[in-house]
Write a protein that binds this ligand. Structure first.
Ligand code: ZN
Length: 429
């Protein structure tokens, strides 16, 4: 079976002084457009909520309150055009690049749709010292031999080449954070992957299938009893300590001062270091798992539910942010999402299966008698069934339940396919 395989190649970019200023302008105008359009949307929505409140107050029909504009690609393009037409924003035309700005609006649109689908948090404002990126959909020319890439409005920029790219270039993203420039080249090519025969796979691979339970104490626990703690490595702990110290120092620094700016940059560099270490661990672990298991089951991540309560609504922002324990889980889950993505594409490339199931009750169900109760798990580490007395390590038990739920769903899929195939042949007779 042939599929379109997308892959990104990331390199360090090495722009010269003039090119850096040029790229910073492009980033700045894209960031400005994002923030302005987001502000407009926020105000529109806030107004709508207030109108509803007052309609309720006066006993009017709430359904008559005009709804805010729909979230779709066109409405964001419209917002951008309106923004660019304003005289005070004429710099967007001279300093920005229309394609880059349009791409930014698509990103904002995607951020909103992810939010409404429950797959991400509410879109946030971008800051100068945060993660800044711009995407070029066309006009790129990659000169691999001379280790340079042509970017629109910028010219040929050198990059640190670590490997050749494969496939056709779809788009190029330039990002700037922690004082470093990066270029990420998205490619696409057709590759052949082994076809999945679900029925045969279930027959031969079910015994070797793996369930994964993600956790706060252990990074993950497997249904076969093994677990992975590596994310609590000494190196990461040390970085966490350094970040905590720097955060405390930040309080004593005057706003807008150079020292404060330097400290902010240092903190974001430390975060970047942490992210790189985590990325490497995720890569190694996911490769290990995918090489030895044809069926892998994990939990679905529901980011919306976890962050909604903590971040509050638009009219009522940030209530109890620290008090909500769910936030902790949601911060962890950002890392889990990356890990799951790796598992997904590595399994796909091997013709294997990666499945995510609803984790409801997986930590409180007894595998022996099926009894479901939160009393089954009185402590974090131990599972003890109040009905039949079965005991196990709590994480291992959850991983086992996740695996069983996954296998059950696959078996169901095989059965429903079989009945679909049967019906027409019965009709023929
Ligand atoms: Zn039991």
């Amino acid at each position: 079976m042939n599929i379109n395989w997308k892959q990104a190649y990331r390199y360090r970019l090495r722009p010269n002084g003039a090119q850096q200023r040029r790229l910073l302008q492009l980033c700045g105008s894209a960031r400005y457009a994002w923030n302005q359009v987001l502000t407009g949307r926020n105000e529109e929505y806030k107004e709508y909520l207030e109108d509803i409140e007052s309609a309720k107050c006066w006993g009017e029909d709430v359904s008559l309150v005009p709804k805010p504009r729909p979230i779709n690609r066109f409405s964001f393009t419209y917002d951008l055009n309106k923004l660019m037409a304003e005289e005070e924003n004429s710099f967007l035309k001279t300093q920005g690049h229309s394609q880059v700005l349009q791409q930014k609006m698509q990103d904002l649109y995607s951020a909103f749709s992810r939010f409404f689908k429950g797959k991400g948090g509410y879109p946030q404002f971008k800051t100068k010292n945060g993660y800044n990126s711009i995407r070029f959909p066309q006009g790129i020319n990659l000169d691999e031999k001379n280790k340079r890439i042509f970017l629109p409005k910028t010219g040929f920029v050198r990059y640190r080449k670590s490997r050749d790219i494969e496939g056709d270039i779809k788009n190029v993203t330039v990002s700037f954070f922690s004082g470093e420039w990066y270029v990420s080249i998205q490619t696409q090519k057709e590759i052949e992957v082994p076809e999945i025969d679900l029925k045969t796979m279930l027959e031969t691979e079910a015994d070797n299938a793996l369930g994964i339970d993600m956790g706060a104490v252990r990074f993950c626990t497997f249904s076969d009893g093994r677990y992975e703690e590596s994310l609590k490595s000494n190196e990461l702990t040390r970085l966490d300590e350094k970040i905590a110290i720097a955060q405390r120092q930040l309080k004593n620094k005057k706003k807008g001062s150079n020292r404060r700016l330097r400290l902010i940059k240092r903190i974001s560099r430390l975060h970047q270091k942490k992210a790189n270490i985590r990325y490497d661990i995720h890569q190694k672990l996911s490769t290990q798992i995918c090489n030895s298991h044809a069926i892998v089951v994990a939990e679905e991540l529901k980011i919306k539910n976890m962050t909604k309560s903590a971040k509050g609504s638009l009219l009522n922002p940030g209530k109890n942010v620290k008090a909500k324990s769910g936030l902790n889980r949601s911060i962890l889950s950002e890392g889990w999402g990356q890990f799951f993505k790796m598992l997904e594409y590595k399994q796909k490339k091997r013709g294997h299966i990666f499945l995510q199931i609803n984790p409801k009750n997986t930590s409180r169900t007894c595998p022996k008698c099926g009894h479901v109760s939160k009393d089954n798990r009185r402590t974090q580490a131990h599972f003890c069934c109040t009905n039949c007395g079965y005991t196990a390590n709590a994480d291992e038990n959850a991983a086992g339940n996740i695996l069983r739920a996954g296998l059950a769903r696959l078996a169901q899929e095989v059965n429903s396919k079989r009945s679909q195939h049967c019906e027409p042949s019965e009709a023929e007779q």
